[in-house]
Design a protein around this ligand. Structure first.
Ligand code: ASP
Length: 320
């Protein structure tokens, strides 16, 4: 007995196929999101400071957008954007990193590729000019995932990355915040997440950590699952804020898990972690999902951030 006509079968197959394709972004599209740290920047800051932030965020976003536009990978876009932040002393990553309680700089960074969950990270490095690039080398050239302290600095030397004296990272503004004003809770950090034209997601994060942190303290930024996560099956996430809280709550991974196991949308999963699980004032995340949707969510008063995509969206923002 014939239950379905040929035409009905064609229609059913077509609907099924289009439904499965609608789960990933359109080929040739891309999306990139960036952050320069969540915190409490006063809306009263001088116009030139605001302009400087906006100018740097715009420049960072343009670097990533151009790479993706030209058909480059999300891995290259994320690394290059974060290198820009690390070289710009406005941000708490690389040059301009905050001071530890002993007046030094200890830097953390990680990168993760959603195609195969490969990842690399460094923690507590003192002489690596661009920790994000060393994190990428850990991922690509070692059988390991995370290198810490002296061993990580030595690895950088072995791989021939740019090495600097620890005082290269000094900037006067950070010294004042630490030594003179005793501002312990400065939040900064740089992050980037992108999906490229081939549907691959990469996430990366780089930070100097928290002002006046104890020597040896490691935050969430170099910890996959806490501060950084990427999986092509769900989303990519980069976090910023009070690292201890992001570690305890496995924030970056849980956003992906809520999508994968509970069917949440990216926005719902990010809102759940930032507003329901974390206490107010702890920080925020930027994220992109496999369809190219983005969510930039924070529970502080400000998060330096930006979005660009192949549909012509290009925005940088500081406050809500
Ligand atoms: N999450 C970073 C840390 O705890 C700091 C920050 O994002 O501002 O090390």
């Amino acid at each position: 007995m014939k239950i379905f006509s040929k035409t009905t079968i064609y229609i059913i197959s077509f609907l099924f196929l289009s439904a499965s394709f609608s789960f990933s972004q359109k080929e040739g599209n891309y999306t990139i999101v960036i952050h320069g740290g969540a915190g409490y920047i006063s809306p009263e800051i001088p116009a030139e400071v605001k302009e400087a932030y906006q100018k740097s965020l715009t420049a960072a976003l343009n670097i990533g957008k151009k790479i993706l536009d030209d058909g480059g990978t999300s891995l290259d876009a994320v690394e290059q954007v974060i290198r820009f932040f690390e070289n710009d002393s406005l941000f708490n990553s690389g040059k301009g990193a905050v001071f530890t309680s002993e007046g030094m700089h200890e830097l953390d960074a990680s990168i993760m590729v959603g195609k195969d969950l490969s990842t690399g990270a460094v923690a507590g490095v003192k002489t690596i000019k661009n920790p994000i690039s060393l994190a990428r080398l850990v991922m690509e050239k070692t059988p390991h995932v995370l290198f810490a302290g002296e061993g990580a600095d030595k690895l950088g030397k072995k791989f021939g990355v740019d090495i600097v004296d620890n005082n290269y990272f000094d900037v006067e503004r950070r010294y004042q915040q630490w030594k003179i004003k005793h501002q312990k809770n400065i939040k900064g950090t740089a992050g980037c997440v992108a999906i490229d034209k081939y549907g691959n997601i990469t996430a990366g994060t780089s930070t100097g950590g928290l002002t006046d942190k104890w020597p040896g303290r490691v935050g969430d930024s170099p910890l996959i699952n806490a501060g950084t996560y990427a999986d092509n099956k769900s989303c990519g996430v980069s976090a910023t804020g009070q690292g201890e809280l992001f570690i305890r709550n496995t924030v970056a991974y849980n956003i992906s898990a809520l999508m994968k196991f509970k069917g949440y949308s990216l926005q719902k999963a990010a809102d759940e972690m930032i507003f329901s699980i974390l206490p107010e004032g702890s920080g925020g995340i930027i994220s992109v999902d496999k369809e190219g949707n983005y969510a930039l969510v924070f529970n502080t008063s400000s998060m330096l951030r930006g979005i660009a995509n192949s549909d012509g969206v290009f925005e940088v923002k500081i406050w809500k």
